[in-house]
Design a protein around this ligand. Sequence first.
Ligand code: GCU
Length: 607
Amino acid sequence: MTGALAPAPASAEKPSPGALYTNGPSGRFLLDGGWYRRADAANVGQARGWQRSRSLRGWRTTTVPNAANAGDESRRSYIGGVWWYRKDFEAPAGAATDWVVRFESVNYRATVWLNGRRIGSHAGGYLPFEVPGRGLRRTGTNHLVVRVDSRRDESAVPPSGRRKDGRFVGGWWNYAGILREVYLRRVDTIDLVNVHVFPRRSCDTCPAKVYVRAVAANLQGIPVDAGLTGTVGGHKIEFRRATISGRGFHLFRGSATIENPHLWSPTDPHLYTVKLEVEHGGGVVQQYTQRTGIRILQVDDSGRMLLNGKHLALRGASMHEEDPTHGAALGPAEITANLNLLRDLGANMTRSHYPLHPLALELADKYGILVWSEVPVYQMRDALFRRSTVRRDALDMVRDMVNRDRSHPSVIVWSLGNENTSKPGVGFTRYLREATRITRRLDPTRLVGLAFPGYPTVGKQEVYTTLDALGVNDYFGWYPGPQNSIADRATLSPYLDRLHDDYSKQALFVTEFGAEANRAGPATEKGTWDFQADFLNYHLGVFAQKPYLNGALVWILRDFRVKPGYDGGNPQPQAPYNQKGLVDATGSPKPAFESVKRLFRKEAGLP
Ligand code: GCU
């Protein structure tokens, strides 16, 4: 909560040991507690030296994560602006050769200073970045200052803001700020900068092999000797010792065989714990924990995705990580509430337009909820992808998403974007090809996918046959679509059959289907609760007839903010809200929640 003007500084707090989620390295300290924030409408902060001044005049108290414009539905809030954040803290006790500052998500551009020294910058939300904590004081007060610029132009990924014709661009509210938590990481000489755990199993009765690929960075200028030891579910993993060159990296490779693996699946989400220890100079300098699961994904010749050899009819809802109070800066309680709501709905799959918070993925692993993981490459036209800077930024997001999340059993699809140009031209095709190559190199064990709008007016797109999974956004009977082509919901069934014919080897999913609902009224009237329940019931009925369909996701779990003047196809909208949720923005269920729940349970063969 942002409040009063900052009082005179008391003694600085120490960060709290630990993290809000389990997976990752030891030595993390949460930079929680009191922060300061100030707006910079005139964008003068840097010139005024806010990055190094100790004075707290003009700063207000706040906490992080924080969305600076939560609750502000003005157009200015949506367009974006500049805010400054500051954290004064004392270094944690204990030896360290190096410190790292880790941001889990900042929207959109961040510039970071520590004790007046610029230590790094980053562009793009929903994915983490780290900067070296150079100049951190061992004693006394440290000042971490972050300038956050949420203004986006059309080359941002995704674009936001306002077109020349005054219309607003974007699919969800442009929340500004440090939207996920911040960590200080203590490192002693060697840092495991990336750990990838993946299972292999050559037949249904064979033992499973769990492979670990761990990239170790030597933060010293001189070569160091290092060892890595590990276990998975108590099974020993052997790694060869290595000498890592000064400021160099080394890829440790190891594996363990598990005779009778307890497989991970939505109905039995069994997790194994991988424990790693980095040894240097006769001592353990870092530990690393990764909870993971053994499951095998395949797509058969008729486009059916098999999990551990079985075809599953996946059902669920997509979500945005936001609510009216916190904006997009949800804490562990709100993130957990979303996953509990999915579980209560009887969902075994979910999706978002951007990589979810690490805690959400850990809960999905634990609850057995599969995840269509997507980069926020959203509704961008082909010409934008012809710009190397746009393609570079989008590809960086793909790389970061896969690197961050490729050890989660729940993640099944890497989606390269949503509703970009329906007919990929030179630009988008190039992006798709490069992104597919990068994704398959980093992780050959999951499906590479894409979500697109379901329009019968759009023919087969050759580049889609290079993907593994296709997600169609189905608004038949809600939006008119091009030339009114989707106004009649009866055209949905033949359209899905045509898609399957066009892409017979790709795993087909319905990544969105939904209707706005914000009032009582007849089921024939768009925007009523009964219309929504009937719409969802009808679509789920059609999906139940499609044995080739691998999954279907309601758009959306909870109502969310989009942009000024948004209507979502509802004749009586309540801008800026998208009200296709099964629960409203405050979490109150709509009638469709129960009816969809009944259908999901029926589909899953549950009472
Ligand atoms: C699109 C889009 C969503 C949007 C939805 C809607 O398909 O992917 O981000 O919210 O339609 O119109 O409700």
